[in-house]
Design a protein around this ligand. Structure first.
Ligand SMILES: O=C(O)CCC(=O)C(=O)O
Ligand SMILES: [Fe+2]
Length: 317
């Protein structure tokens, strides 16, 4: 049984302008409480989104045997079929820094023909997401401390992103809502999500209540991931979230994960930890945490069970 839910009104930030001190304090509150917020004027046009949606659907519409050629037992492993994350979820992964090349190899396997349309669109989307991620990291750093933007930006300079293009297809007979993607936290520093008009994204409150994050046109959802929670000594919260499917129609989403490089030592700076000096996480290598999540049975496909607290938590925060 899925519990009843309520919507939350998350603050909306215009990322095309410098944030005022009052915006920064509202950002810091939102990240402490929810780890989620909205952004507008992000530079992703409706046209780009529609193109990407349409081209992605052509890939999802391929026969199953064809899609499995990019599946978990293939050599490219960019397609996640149904029944791995959930029976209702399939996804295609496109990785940076060369989004064009990554998209090209997947789309050619999936379509069984040479094509560059999908790759061109992914190049543009990927580049925009990289710029946006850097901007959001800067905003988050500034929300932690006045001069932290300039001071700690270099720590994030070698970060890179990957996009998961998600297609949710609920059972045709369902009367109640079903979980399209189970409860999990993201491994990323931050995640930028484009959810379609269907909605269904939910965040779990500190008290354990599921809250709807309603979709708004032209608005992206941003959430803090585990790496940022550890780096910020728990000041920015990586919340549990999930996707529920309430309508008997497909749901499409784009989730962009911005992560530290594998050999980055994740360790909260003294200034971020503050005067009491209590550290909630021991230092760890980003790549080791990624492996821990990928390998642990319960951590499979980012289901909660093991998070960065289990991996590197000291119990102090
Ligand atoms: O589909 C969505 O709206 C969010 C997906 C998500 O949480 C994820 O891929 O980690
Ligand atoms: Fe997620």
């Amino acid at each position: 049984m899925l519990a009843s839910k309520t919507s939350i009104q998350l603050p909306v930030f215009d990322v095309s302008k410098p944030l005022t001190p009052s915006c920064l304090s509202s950002l810091s509150l939102a990240c402490e409480e929810w780890g989620f917020f909205h952004i507008i004027n992000h530079g992703i046009s409706k046209d780009l989104y529609n193109k990407l949606r349409c081209l992605s659907n052509q890939l999802f519409d391929q026969p199953y045997e064809q899609k499995l050629k990019a599946g978990p037992s293939s050599n490219i492993r960019t397609y996640t079929p149904h029944f791995i994350a959930s029976p209702f979820f399939e996804s295609i992964r496109v990785s940076g820094p060369d989004f064009f090349a990554s998209a090209k190899s997947s789309s050619e396997v999936l379509l069984n023909q040479t094509t560059s349309e999908f790759s061109e669109v992914l190049r543009e989307y990927g580049m925009k997401m990289r710029t946006l991620s850097n901007k959001i990291i800067e905003m988050l750093l500034m929300s932690l401390g006045e001069d932290f933007g300039k001071k700690f930006e270099p720590e994030f300079l070698n970060s890179e992103g990957y996009l998961r293009i998600n297609n949710y297809s609920p059972p045709e007979t369902n009367e109640k809502e079903v979980e399209g993607l189970g409860m999990h936290t993201d491994m990323s520093c931050i995640t930028i999500v484009y959810q379609d008009e269907t909605g269904g994204l939910q965040v779990r409150s500190k008290e354990g209540k599921w809250m709807d994050i309603d979709p708004y046109a032209e608005t992206l959802v941003v959430n803090v991931g585990d790496l940022m929670q550890a780096w910020s000594n728990g000041k920015l919260r990586s919340s549990e979230h999930r996707v529920v499917l309430k309508e008997r129609k497909n749901r499409f989403s784009l989730a962009f994960f911005w992560c530290f490089e594998d050999n980055k030592v994740v360790f909260a700076p003294d200034e971020v930890v503050g005067e009491n000096g209590l550290r909630g996480y021991r230092p760890f290598l980003c790549g080791d945490y990624m492996k821990f999540r990928e390998n642990s049975e319960k951590g499979k496909f980012e289901k909660v069970g093991f998070t960065v607290k289990d991996f590197a938590g000291t119990g102090f925060v």
